[in-house]
Design a protein around this ligand. Structure first.
Ligand code: CIR
Length: 267
């Protein structure tokens, strides 16, 4: 596809969803204690504020108690300037979240399509760069889903590539992010994977793998609180940072990217 300068980080809008109390029962690989809905909502407010300060108009959807992980709105949808794709998350308790996010997508986009077929894709497995969209196969994103999604992206004029998320990593983007301007932040394992070709990489320092999930939003990179070495590495690479607490999200394997859909609808 053509190089869309800024596609991956120039945004005007975001959609988020308030964490429900039921997030205490959210899915996690390793139990480090339940998140508190109340504390999570406090951190979520700071997150929304950081997006607003980065220049976004943020829609905050109401909490959905029936879906414990529904504040992680990145997983049930994918947004591009010309439209949105309603995805089908690949775990039973989350599959219905696509239906729940749909009205918010229809409000913003003239074109919204549902992922064709019966496969599954979690938005957390999709890394949008300016010249290619990488789709990571994972325990959540299966080949049928990834191929159907790549087909839709192809029909819309985007170049998509399917990759294997390394073993033990929940989502592709759990272990890497775009810092914008062609630069990738990645864990050592992800950096060694070869997915990123000749692109410049900032490798997450040892012991801070969680901090591989950051978001570049316009002129700043939002970085989770508590990862000083990664923060310093991102700043040393020339990016301006804003630190945001994600302690409650982390207890259920959530990070900064998972908490919003970010986009710039075509006029
Ligand atoms: C889950 O396991 O689905 C949630 N507890 C966390 C989802 C994180 N989302 C993401 O990485 N995009």
């Amino acid at each position: 596809m053509a190089h869309h300068k800024g596609l991956s980080f120039r945004f005007t809008h975001a959609i988020t969803r308030t964490p429900a109390d039921s997030v205490a029962g959210g899915i996690r690989a390793v139990d480090t204690g339940d998140p508190s809905g109340a504390k999570f909502r406090e951190e979520h407010e700071l997150y929304v504020k950081a997006l607003q300060e980065a220049g976004l108009t943020v829609e905050v959807l109401p909490a959905l108690e029936a879906f414990p992980d529904s504040c992680f709105v990145e997983d049930p949808a994918f947004c591009l300037p010309e439209g949105a794709i309603q995805l089908r998350p690949g775990t039973d308790s989350r599959e219905g979240e696509g239906r729940e996010i749909r009205p918010a997508l229809d409000k913003v986009f003239g074109k919204v399509v549902e992922l064709p077929g019966n496969g599954h894709v979690d938005g957390g497995d999709v890394l949008m760069l300016d010249d290619v969209i990488l789709i990571g196969l994972s325990a959540r994103t299966d080949r049928d889903g990834a191929e159907a999604f790549a087909q839709v992206l192809g029909d819309w004029g985007y170049n998509a590539e399917i990759c294997e998320t390394p073993e033990g990593v929940l989502h592709f983007k759990t272990a890497c992010s775009t810092l914008g301007d062609g630069v990738i932040l990645a864990t050592k394992v992800m950096a060694d994977s070869g997915f990123f070709g000749e692109r410049p990489l900032v490798v997450v320092p040892e012991g801070e793998d969680y901090a591989a999930n950051v978001i570049r939003v316009n002129d700043v990179v939002l970085v989770p609180e508590g990862y000083p070495k990664t923060l310093a590495a991102i700043e040393a690479a020339g990016f301006k940072t804003v630190v945001v607490p994600t302690h409650e999200a982390r207890k259920v394997d959530g990070g900064l990217s998972c908490l919003s859909l970010r986009f710039a609808p075509a006029a």
